[in-house]
Design a protein around this ligand. Structure first.
Ligand SMILES: Nc1ncnc2c1ncn2[C@@H]1O[C@H](COP(=O)(O)OP(=O)(O)OP(=O)(O)O)[C@@H](O)[C@H]1O
Length: 252
């Protein structure tokens, strides 16, 4: 079987008169982290929402594990192992870590409607340990944790609840300090080591992108205009590409 998890071919998407995406071609493999960069409004979130089944493309096609696929909804995409961690994380702050890890998938004793708390705590600890997240207690309220720890829990939940094959992260490092951002980058590096999951990461911090991603794609004018291995590019080159477009746009 090929290592390619997701391929987009000639994907387009408009919102009324706005052409958000015109001709997107990209692919990502198992064990690979693909960095997706681009100026504000370039269409990065729209592309992620198409890959996660939230939006339907107007044209083009997606191939998942080599097979053409129409992602009808986020639920449909999740059932195939496509998981997204959005900026808002979908966490309930006054619930403990272990219940957030089982959100909408609580384990219950049947036929009695009692939660299997002990089992959920055990599984939560196992999931966090497996990705190397250091949270002192799974009974801690999520609202009391740092932004980085909350993000890490959201990633662990995505990966472990559904045996994710493709993980999409929309700006996980935004508004995070260096220490917290480092926690997420280490976590992504560990997931990459496992080799069974493909990751697409949208980020604005190019030095982090170059450090953690295997490959970088630049999204401009609704197309991928740049595709290089991280080792073959640099922060300076990425900044120049994005800023050159900015100069053109502001000069006209
Ligand atoms: N639901 C929508 N309805 C109308 N227009 C939309 C919608 N979603 C996105 N757009 C438009 O599509 C274009 C691409 O937006 P998108 O959010 O995908 O860009 P982005 O690269 O993620 O931007 P940023 O980095 O600022 O988050 C923008 O012009 C945006 O205004």
């Amino acid at each position: 079987m090929s290592d390619e998890v997701m391929r987009a071919e000639h994907i387009s998407k408009g919102f009324g008169p706005v052409r958000a995406l015109t001709d997107i071609n990209l692919s990502v493999r198992r064990g690979e982290i693909l960095g997706l960069i681009g100026d504000n409004g370039a269409g990065k979130s729209t592309l992620i929402k198409i890959l996660t089944g939230f939006h339907q493309p107007d044209g083009g096609r997606l191939l998942f594990e080599g097979q053409p696929v129409q992602l009808k909804s986020v639920t449909h995409a999740r059932s195939m192992g496509i998981e997204t961690v959005f900026q808002d994380l979908a966490m309930v702050n006054d619930l403990p870590v272990y219940l957030n890890l089982h959100l909408n998938k609580e384990l219950v004793h049947k036929p009695l409607p009692f939660l299997k708390r002990k089992e959920m705590k055990r599984r939560a600890r196992e999931a966090l340990d497996a990705v190397g997240i250091n949270i002192p207690s799974v009974t801690a309220e999520v609202g009391r944790l740092s932004g980085g720890q909350r993000q890490a829990i959201a990633v662990a939940r995505s990966v472990y609840s559904n045996n994710a094959k493709l993980l999409l992260l929309d700006e996980p490092l935004a508004a995070m300090g260096a220490k917290e951002g480092g926690l997420i980058l280490r976590l992504l590096a560990q997931l990459k080591q496992r080799g069974d999951i493909a990751i697409i990461l949208i980020a604005h911090n190019y030095s982090q992108v170059v450090d953690v991603c295997d490959r970088v794609n630049l999204l401009q004018h609704g197309e991928i205009t740049f595709d290089k291995a991280s080792g073959e590019t640099s922060v300076a080159e990425l900044l120049e590409l994005v800023h050159a477009e900015y100069r053109v746009n502001t000069a006209t």
